[in-house]
Write a protein that binds this ligand. Structure first.
Ligand code: NAD
Length: 263
């Protein structure tokens, strides 16, 4: 057995024995769908300044808003034509097997839902780029609609109802995370048997506390990532490599184990 085959078998064993598997995902699960991550070798921060992604800058600087709208609605982080990849489908399979306790995601791309995971099982800690929200009256607009306005030449879109400023419905640096989503994610992290981290450096707070809480509460922590993460020292199993290949292999082995148990 190669090291990878052995590790895949170990994770499959943990999942097959578990009742509640919590999956924690980062930008690295969506690179195989064509969305760049932040800190990987082709990440967004190679091209853009993170300082420009604070709520303070967004509110005070029209030029910053223009760059962000372009990036989020029609540029590198535009989500409308993006499709889920094998990692998203592997997580959906976990739900079909009755193992999935939830997906806590830092991603704002909606690909877990698009891959078929039930909406009530997805906890989007950093919001959702499928919509923009009016900071004046709270009205939400589908991002496709806003993208159309931008394509027609609008640079700084405003609310049609109250003329308030629109903002992508994703959490910017300096903004509060949605509190109910965060609390439910924390609750599930303390009750899961296994927590599987996929495609994240685990360097963004407070999101990265979720797998940490799970490990502290006694869950087995599995980390699958290309490159090091901040919680590698807590991992029971740490697999280096592409999430799509590895999760597909793991699911295949979980299925085989469950079928063996039934025979
Ligand atoms: P990150 O950029 O800090 O880390 C991503 C990690 O995934 C890196 O270590 C990278 O090497 C690894 N990776 C890339 N492709 C991979 C693959 N195919 N398989 C396995 N690993 C892979 O991302 P993060 O930890 O999620 O934190 C950054 C923030 O980025 C989050 O807050 C999130 O909101 C935001 N973000 C989201 C999206 C999205 O919604 N798709 C895209 C970019 C950034």
């Amino acid at each position: 057995m190669t090291d990878l085959t052995h590790q895949v078998e170990e994770v499959a064993h943990l999942i097959a024995d578990a009742k509640r598997v919590l999956v924690f995902t980062g930008a690295g699960v969506s690179t195989e769908s064509g969305i760049p991550d932040f800190r990987g070798t082709d990440g967004i921060w190679q091209k853009y300044d993170p300082e420009d992604f604070t709520i303070q800058k967004f509110l005070s600087d029209k030029q910053v808003r223009k760059v962000q709208w372009q990036l989020l609605s029609t540029g590198d982080l535009s989500m409308s034509k993006i499709q889920p990849n094998p990692t998203h489908f592997a997580i959906t399979e976990l739900e079909n097997m009755g193992k999935l306790y939830g997906v806590v995601t830092q991603n704002v791309d909606g690909l877990h839902q698009k891959a078929g995971v039930s909406r009530e099982k997805v906890f989007q800690l950093h919001g959702d780029l499928s919509h923009a929200v009016c900071l004046g009256c709270g009205h939400r607009y589908p991002m496709d609609m806003v993208a159309e306005w931008l394509n027609q030449g609008m640079e700084d879109p405003a609310c049609y109802l109250c003329m308030g400023m629109l903002k992508p419905d994703a959490v910017l640096f300096g903004e509060q995370l949605p509190i109910k989503v965060l609390m439910e994610s924390e609750r599930r992290s303390r009750k899961c048997d296994v927590c599987v981290v996929l495609g994240s450096t685990l360097s963004v707070y407070p999101a990265c506390l979720i797998p940490q809480y799970a490990a502290q509460a006694g869950a087995s922590l599995v980390i699958i990532n290309m490159g090091p993460t901040e919680l590698d020292h807590l991992a029971h199993i740490r697999i280096e490599g592409k999430a799509g290949d590895i999760t597909t292999k793991i699911i295949r082995r979980v299925k085989a184990r469950l079928e063996d148990e039934h025979d």
